[in-house]
Design a protein around this ligand. Structure first.
Ligand SMILES: Nc1ncnc2c1ncn2[C@@H]1O[C@H](COP(=O)(O)OP(=O)(O)OP(=O)(O)O)[C@@H](O)[C@H]1O
Ligand SMILES: [Mg+2]
Length: 338
């Protein structure tokens, strides 16, 4: 095996799409260039679950396609286990696989078992291993009993579980999952997330690159994430690390009795406080009105100052809740969208 430092490496990767459109009136072709990826570099360590996040059109699928050899980059290089995805595409293909959500990459007239056997043949899985591998995969995703039914009779969640079996049929070292839970109901999506994390990554030690639009999914699953925006990688790191170093802020929720207009206005002027919103009236305690305040602060250091201030203004704080930034807040910060 070749020496390499990371399971996946993208080095200044770029991809332009050139589309030519003929002008209806003049008959002349006009070409436009879309920079789908612009100088993107990152690494994924072995056994890591890496999430590539970003809005529609950010370049996630383009990155996945390049890394699994379905598309060539127009600039830069990429390596899987040290093998060049362009110059050594054939070898890379034998050690990776890809599953996309909501796509038809299965033969609906064949049974689940026949589909997997067919894909095992395509990957040259040794004949004597095929049947046991297929059975094991069906069992892992809970499809053993439905293995002999035609795929057209499967529900969406069952089809997606079978897709994941297809992605594992060549026992890939690196698995690319492009929105694997797209369109699935909450419980099935949860099962699939657990399977990816516990079985594929923790148990089998595979490296996974996942794209998703669901921030809670990335938060729950990924060791590290990268944010892509307009083809550029704008941040990479562990979710917790990114939350610490991103000035997207915390918010503090305060329940207050005897809040005066003067105290409310003064709050906005405190150091590290960026925004104060008074929200709905939530009830009364001991006959006194309670106000709910959401205070955006740049760091949690502002909290004691806020509490001291409230006390100096004779406002009684009945509860304090600190809400740290979520991945969704980071997504907004890095891509300007929710
Ligand atoms: N075959 C193609 N021809 C021309 N432009 C393309 C092609 N494929 C993708 N693009 C463009 O490249 C950019 C990146 O697309 P890509 O599919 O990689 O985004 P994505 O992050 O996967 O988005 P989504 O979240 O919607 O799946 C977009 O502007 C898209 O329109
Ligand atoms: Mg995509």
């Amino acid at each position: 095996m070749r020496g390499y430092s990371s399971a996946v490496e993208a080095r200044e990767l770029s991809r332009d799409y050139i589309s030519a459109r003929r002008n209806r009136f003049v008959g002349r072709k006009r070409t436009t260039v879309v920079k789908a990826l612009d100088n993107v570099s990152f690494e994924i360590q072995e056994g890591e679950l890496f999430g590539l996040l970003g809005p529609n059109g950010a370049g996630k699928t383009t990155t996945v396609k390049i890394l699994c050899t379905l598309l060539e980059p127009t600039g830069g290089h990429a390596f899987v286990k040290g093998y060049d995805v362009v110059k050594e595409a054939k070898h890379v293909r034998s050690i990776v696989n890809m599953v996309a959500g909501g796509e038809r990459m299965l033969y609906y007239r064949l049974t689940g078992r026949e589909n997997l056997t067919y894909f095992a043949d395509l990957y040259d899985v040794p004949r004597k291993e095929v049947s046991s591998r297929v059975n094991k995969l069906l069992e892992l995703v809970g499809l053993s009993e439905r293995g002999n039914d035609e795929v057209e009779k499967y529900s969406k969640g069952m089809k997606q579980r079978l897709q994941i079996c297809r992605g594992l049929i060549n026992d890939p070292e690196v698995l690319f999952l492009d929105e694997p839970t797209l369109g699935l109901d909450v419980n099935i999506a949860k099962d699939i997330r657990r399977f990816i994390r516990e079985e594929i990554v923790r148990e089998q030690g595979k490296t996974v690159l996942l794209t998703t639009h669901y921030m809670y999914e990335a938060e729950e699953m990924c060791d590290r994430v990268g944010f892509l925006n307009n083809g550029r990688l704008v941040a990479v790191g562990q979710p917790e690390e990114l939350k610490r170093k991103t000035p997207s802020g915390f918010s503090v929720e305060l329940m207050v009795i005897r809040l005066t207009d003067d105290a409310f206005e003064g709050l906005k002027l405190l150091k590290n406080v960026t925004k104060v919103i008074a929200t709905e009236y939530v009830g009364e305690t001991e006959g006194e009105k309670i106000d709910r305040l959401i205070i955006n602060v740049e760091s949690d250091k502002a909290v004691p100052a806020v509490l001291d201030y409230m006390s100096a203004k004779h406002c009684r704080v009945v509860s304090v809740n600190l809400r740290g930034p979520t991945l969704e807040d980071l997504f907004m910060f890095y891509t300007g969208e929710t």
